[in-house]
Design a protein around this ligand. Sequence first.
Ligand SMILES: [Zn+2]
Length: 57
Amino acid sequence: MQVICCVCHKTKNHKGWTKQAARSGAQLSHGYCPQCYRVMMEMVENFFVMNDCRKSA
Ligand SMILES: [Zn+2]
């Protein structure tokens, strides 16, 4: 099983996250690399902040 970032398509190997393409035939597990994970969490946080503003307005 190989983990691939579903945003930037980096794959994870024993050295960490690389731009290397996934091995052909490898079973892929979609996830987020640390960079994209941080971006996604910021987006989620912003989304909830926006929703809170609307509720309290
Ligand atoms: Zn990524």
